[in-house]
Ligand binder design. Structure first.
Ligand code: UT7
Length: 326
């Protein structure tokens, strides 16, 4: 069976930087608290005229350029996002149009911070079974548009950005070795956007109740995140008869430095085995893993044959891991 191999990566971060010191002027917080509790120093915020599809297109164009692939050659586009331009149509369709990827089927995956890993696992299936030849998988978010900028529990955490990969179905040992996806919908209320879907349609009273904004019970999410990120990483390693020592670089969802340190410790990873950029990007939800991957790739930190792992956790709850050989 063919494997889905990443042949190009790309990313895009909006220009505007929002530092912890900027946040000190907006809510009752301080740089010391944010740095100590999250490891985040700054995050990027999209310009008013930038949409999620714009960020996604820029990341995709970078990835296509690296892969040496034209938009017309792409036959599948999957975007992991929870902050698409519209509730519908999908952001993937908008990206398909802006790129001129006229031969591609396109849809979004809604798995919150696990969106990229879920989208990647879906695309891998289409590539492995011969249904698709070249796919574009994108994680793109403008979380700043669904953040309550008066809620210090959440507004300090999130940032905007996009990351993308071009995948090709190839014979051989390189590519995605396995994907492991999980969900537990019983925790949906711990991390969600209450309005405005079918349960709470748009209303003035809904705005007064701040329903359109992200809601998170941070402490409870934290504990489940550490356990799930660890469990699914072990599951992926065991499925491939590997140990954490075999992993050249692990790309976790960049949620919070303390979560990542706890997972690193439990997995017994050496310094340098886990790629972390939460300090400068914050939590960009579905965009965080492909953003980090592209950063590391462009720094020359990944070589042919390296074993990589993506490890994600997010609202739903959803979680998942991908193990691949570069
Ligand atoms: O993307 C995937 C899902 N998301 C996550 O994985 C996020 C998981 N959760 C977290 O990252 C952390 O729970 C937070 C960073 C959100 C919060 O950190 P924490 O260590 O769990 O803090 P806490 O919620 O237990 O709050 C401790 C104290 C509280 O004060 P009291 O009640 O002890 O007096 C909060 O009111 O810190 C207070 N606090 C703040 N203080 C200054 C909460 N936010 C802030 C703030 N600045 N921004």
């Amino acid at each position: 069976m063919k494997k889905a191999r990443i042949i190009g990566t790309g990313s895009y971060l909006p220009e505007k930087v929002l530092t912890n010191f900027d946040l000190e002027k907006m809510v009752e917080t301080n740089n010391e608290w944010i740095t100590a509790r999250t490891g985040i120093q700054e995050r990027r915020i999209a310009a008013d005229d930038e949409m999620t599809s714009d960020l996604a297109v820029k990341a995709a164009q970078n990835a296509l350029e690296m892969a040496g692939v034209t938009a017309e050659e792409i036959d599948l586009i999957i975007v992991g996002t929870i902050t698409g331009d519209f509730p519908w149509p999908s952001t993937a369709c908008l990206v398909q149009n802006k790129l001129g990827a006229v031969n591609a089927a396109a849809w979004d995956v809604s798995a919150a911070c696990s969106g990229f890993v879920y989208a990647l696992a879906s695309a891998a299936q289409y590539l492995q079974n011969g249904h698709s030849k070249k796919a574009l998988v994108i994680g793109a978010e403008i979380l700043s548009r669904i953040i309550d900028w008066e809620d210090r529990n959440t507004c300090i955490l999130f940032g905007d950005g996009a990351g993308a990969v071009v995948l090709e179905a190839q014979e051989g040992d390189h590519g995605i070795l396995s994907s492991h996806l999980h969900a537990d919908g019983s925790h949906w209320q711990l991390l969600y956007q209450p309005g405005f879907g079918a349960r709470h349609p748009a209303s003035v009273s809904g705005i007064e109740q701040r329903l359109p904004f992200l809601h998170m019970a941070g402490n409870e999410v934290f504990k489940v995140a550490v356990r799930s990120l660890y469990d699914v990483a072990i599951e992926a390693l065991e499925a491939n008869q590997m140990t954490a020592k075999d992993v050249h670089l692990l790309f976790p969802h960049q949620a919070n430095r303390r979560i990542l340190d706890a997972v690193k410790k439990r997995l017994n990873l050496e310094d340098g085995q886990m790629y972390i950029n939460v300090d400068l990007c914050g939590n960009t939800s579905g965009a965080s893993i492909p953003l980090a991957l592209d950063e590391a790739n462009r720094k020359g930190m990944i070589s042919e044959g390296d074993v990589l792992m993506f490890d994600a956790f997010g609202g739903g709850f959803t979680w998942g891991a991908t193990l691949l050989r570069w």
